[in-house]
Design a binder for this molecule. Structure first.
Ligand code: GCU
Length: 614
């Protein structure tokens, strides 16, 4: 039998239990076999249903006890094992998750492909339906449980026709089987559904106010929850990128979401409705429509109109998971709506799990602008796949681990999360661990420097979203323009421009409105500036663009050198080295294309006389 890659859980045995029916059984198993350091003093588990997902670890009469709800003891067991494996004392005290729903959104399709997946094919779909290797799924369950992820949406938000079958009678037994495989790990399934699905069943419309439509969904929900009684809910991408939705029938998104919410409510299900709505067929000549404004325009007026079991899932920025975006104003504008913050672990715009890009520092900065009490749930697009190491780049696992930590506590120190992951995964000597931690901590800043400058976004190749193409999106339909010309670059999103900045509450509006107070990193997101604009540090804008691109590549080269010296186990060492070579190629390509692009437009020379191609 092939061995299982254990990611950040190498201190646990390869095999994981298949026999458990209760979460507590997994906890007992892991505790008793998991850590040789525990020896005879295996901790005692005590279930206190009132503690729900929380747990308390304490010592009594020389024995360690873990008290918690059924899921709480599971999380407590992993927390204890992790601390011991990292060389820390048992983490005594009470822990409770900040977000009740900590979701992994998987863009897996029944044919086995994964939209924006960079780790191989789907871990559980192939050939039109569920097909999985039990040991690998159990290991995945263990990874998720060890960091507290408690909901997994099994299929792509773009619901392929075959995926509609997941909630139809023929598909339910398989869905139930998969739910049972993950249940011992405290993970509940969710299914992404198509708003127009009733039309597959002889109903001529998907109008949410049509009684036949409402009746069909209610009946379907009954059948689905009969098969999977603990299903977490349905997830819907409606009126977004050609998906059907209530707009077709002149209905609002509250009317659409509430109809589905009523169907799932009797079963305790949530209806997660994505707020990724914008005009994806824009004419580039239209300078009035400004894509980042779209979600707020659609949803802010609906605040207070959604049913209690609706969760509106909003991407963290107003565009689409770019390297640098301000926090989405929609997340700040809906105090009477239950919101989910949506992140993306799959490195779609952030290096395809080839380039290093550790995300915890970015999420932490985001939380600074987002009072977390506004949000009840957090979701992240998965970076998992069938590759041996689950995440393509072996270091990309830091983002799944770090996401679990962030979802449990958004105040988690990014450095602590990254260091923990490095220590658990590799147990390197001190200096080497430090080199890995520093590389990961700086990885986003490095990637940002050699790609699109100063919050400009969308200079990536259309379609694949890897590699540079500064005007690739300039004359297209997606509403993503930089409008670079010989004098200036960027979109004016101030009150005098598109007015986007007015969507923010006063403090943020004030910060972003003027180039003098706007953080450099977002300067070109909010402002259109001349190349000779003088930045706070005295450099011109064009010089800053050149400098960043040269420095980004130099930093990537230094990072490659530092990482080459790590005594990593194989095959991680080879995989990391091969990917780093590709990252350097990509970084140099970005540097040269972006610098040449701006030099050709502006005619400005680099003050430091470095090589910019003609
Ligand atoms: C991006 C991504 C799509 C995805 C979409 C979404 O546009 O490129 O593949 O479907 O986001 O989040 O729905």
């Amino acid at each position: 039998m092939n061995s299982i890659r254990r990611t950040w859980l190498p201190y646990l045995p390869e095999d994981v239990p298949s026999h458990c029916e209760h979460c507590a059984d997994v906890a007992t198993f892991e505790l008793s076999l998991g850590c040789p350091r525990l020896g005879a003093a295996v901790p005692e588990l005590r279930i206190d249903p009132d503690m729900g997902e929380g747990y308390r670890i304490f010592s009594k009469d020389g024995k360690v006890l873990i008290l918690g709800g059924a899921r709480g003891v599971l999380y407590g067991a992993y927390a204890l094992l992790e601390a011991l494996a990292a060389g820390d004392a048992p983490p005594e005290g009470v822990q409770r998750p900040f977000y009740g729903m900590r979701m992994l959104d998987c863009w897996d399709n029944p044919d086995g492909s994964v939209e924006r997946g960079y780790s191989g094919r789907s871990l559980w779909f192939e050939g039109g339906g569920f097909r999985w290797e039990p040991r690998r799924i159990r290991q995945m369950g263990r990874m998720l449980a060890s960091v507290g992820i408690n909901v997994l949406c099994v299929n792509n938000v773009n619901v392929h026709p075959e995926a509609e079958g997941l909630i139809e009678d023929a598909g339910l037994p398989e869905l139930a089987r998969f739910a049972a495989a993950l249940r011992p790990f405290g993970v509940r399934l969710m299914v992404a559904v198509s708003f127009a699905q009733p039309m597959r069943h002889g109903i001529p419309t998907a109008d949410p106010l049509d009684p036949a439509v409402e009746g069909w969904w209610a009946g379907r929900a009954d059948a689905v929850w009969r098969a999977v009684p603990d299903l977490a809910g349905f997830l819907v991408k409606a009126d977004s990128e050609h998906n059907p939705g209530p707009f077709t029938y002149g209905r609002s998104h509250a009317e659409g979401a509430n109809m589905l919410a009523r169907a799932v409510a009797p079963h305790g299900g949530a209806l997660v409705w994505r707020a990724f709505v914008y005009n994806c067929a824009q004419d580039w000549r239209d300078a009035e429509t400004d894509r980042p404004m779209a979600a707020y325009q659609t949803y802010a007026p609906l605040d207070g109109q959604f049913d209690d079991n609706v969760i509106l899932q909003v991407k963290h920025g107003p565009f689409d998971f770019q390297v640098r975006e301000p926090v989405s104003p929609t997340l700040l504008a809906m105090p009477d709506t239950r919101l989910a913050l949506e992140l993306q672990l799959a490195q779609e715009y952030t290096g395809h799990q080839i380039d290093l890009y550790a995300m915890n520092p970015m999420w932490r900065a985001l939380t600074g602008d987002l009072p977390p009490e506004k949000v009840v749930a957090v979701a992240a697009v998965s970076n998992l796949g069938r590759d041996d190491n689950y995440t393509g780049h072996p270091f990309a696992a830091v983002n799944l681990y770090g996401y679990g930590r962030y979802a449990w506590n958004p105040q988690v120190d990014p450095e602590r999360a990254i260091r923990r992951w490095a220590r658990l995964s590799y147990a390197l000597p001190d200096g080497q661990e430090e080199a890995l931690v520093q590389a990961l901590l700086n990885s986003r800043a490095i990637y940002e420097k050699y790609t699109a400058p100063l919050g400009l976004c969308w200079m990536v190749k259309p379609g694949t979203h890897y590699g540079p193409d500064p005007w690739g999106y300039e004359f297209d339909l997606w509403g993503t323009y930089n409008r670079a010309d010989r004098d200036a670059v960027g979109i004016d999103r101030t009150a005098a421009g598109t007015g986007y900045v007015l969507q923010y509450p006063p403090a943020l509006r004030k910060r972003y409105e003027s180039p003098e107070t706007c953080p450099d990193a977002l300067l070109l997101f909010f402002h259109r500036l001349r190349y000779d604009y003088v930045m706070r540090d005295g450099r011109t804008l064009i010089q800053r663009i050149y400098d960043d691109h040269f420095e980004g590549v130099e930093a990537a080269e230094a990072m490659a050198e530092a990482l080459a010296g790590l005594d990593l186990p194989e095959p991680d060492k080879t995989e990391a080295r091969e990917r780093m070579a590709l990252q350097l190629k990509n970084a140099r390509e970005w540097r040269d294309v972006v610098n040449t692009f701006f030099r050709r437009l502006s005619g400005a020379d680099d003050a430091k006389g470095r090589l910019i191609y003609n």
